[in-house]
Design a protein around this ligand. Structure first.
Ligand SMILES: [Ca+2]
Ligand SMILES: [Ca+2]
Ligand SMILES: [Ca+2]
Length: 271
């Protein structure tokens, strides 16, 4: 109880600190080249001065490793808006769209410069938005590292390991790279926990990204499992997909090593 009260007080303090410290946007900032430098942990207040106003900001992350980052954009009445994240070359990493508060969360970003932009369909010169980039500490093994939507950016997972991640968007597809470094034929069990209101799919791909196995869960919120999956030494990809976004509840992906394949037992995939 005391802890909860303290947490609420701390959160209020932090929110106050952010708003007190918040900097103001400086137009013109419609292009990436005009991006305003902001600091991680300090919010920026802006306005959509004209229809389809685009506001660019940039921030820098120090190393040595990847940092867990969350970017929040407060709600503004009646505005259909977008929030974008780009790398230093201007390639889009992520996009969030909607009328409510928008959030890019669960991202593990390497040291460097990033661009964040927001835009609104309709001008609103009365209600300010607050955009804040928060650094949530170093990325650690066992955490999903967004962006991971393809084999090239896959988060690593090891035999016997559990990784926690988020369905960051409806249809979010998360790639995990599993390197099996045991000789011979071995059996695996892969378990994906259920996430409320999300129907999830688990696929297993070979090193060439050809699909070897697919499990569809027809029910929202239920776990998915593949048991007694036979692997050889080499690289596999586990690809999980969620039908809906869930920012509150993480999934747990677990790869269990069931040991050497017993001669004569049915081996999946066997088609
Ligand atoms: Ca603006
Ligand atoms: Ca602008
Ligand atoms: Ca994800």
């Amino acid at each position: 109880m005391k802890k909860a009260v303290l947490a609420v007080a701390m959160a209020a303090l932090c929110a106050a600190a952010v708003s007190a410290q918040a900097v103001k946007e400086a137009e013109p900032n419609d292009k990436r080249e005009q991006a305003q430098a902001i600091r991680v942990g300090i919010g920026v207040e802006g306005l959509y001065q004209v229809d389809r106003d685009l506001d660019f900001f940039k921030f820098t992350l120090d190393g040595p490793g990847r940092t867990m980052v969350q970017i929040d954009l407060s709600a503004v009445p009646g505005a259909n808006r977008s929030l974008y994240l780009y790398n230093d070359q201007g390639r889009q990493i992520w996009e969030e769209l909607g009328e409510d508060a928008l959030s890019i969360f669960g991202f593990a970003l390497a040291p460097g410069t990033y661009y964040v932009a927001t835009s609104a369909w309709k001008a609103n010169v009365r209600d300010k938005y607050v955009l804040a980039v928060a650094g949530l500490g170093p990325w650690k093994e066992g955490m999903e590292a967004e962006p991971n939507k393809d084999a090239a950016t896959a988060t690593e997972i090891r035999l016997g390991q559990s990784v926690e991640g988020y369905f960051n968007a409806g249809g979010d597809s998360d790639f995990y790279k599993l390197t099996v470094d045991k000789p011979g034929k071995n059996l695996l069990q892969v378990d994906l926990s259920g996430v409320p209101s999300v129907r999830s799919t688990l696929r297993i791909l070979g090193a060439d990204q050809k699909e070897l196995w697919q499990t569809n869960n027809p029910t929202h919120g239920e776990p998915v499992s593949v048991s007694s999956f036979t692997v050889l030494e080499g690289v596999y990809y586990l690809v999980i997909q969620g039908s809906h976004k869930n920012k509150a509840v993480r999934y747990v992906l677990n790869v269990r090593d069931l040991g050497p394949w017993p001669e004569g037992q049915e081996a999946e995939p066997n088609h």
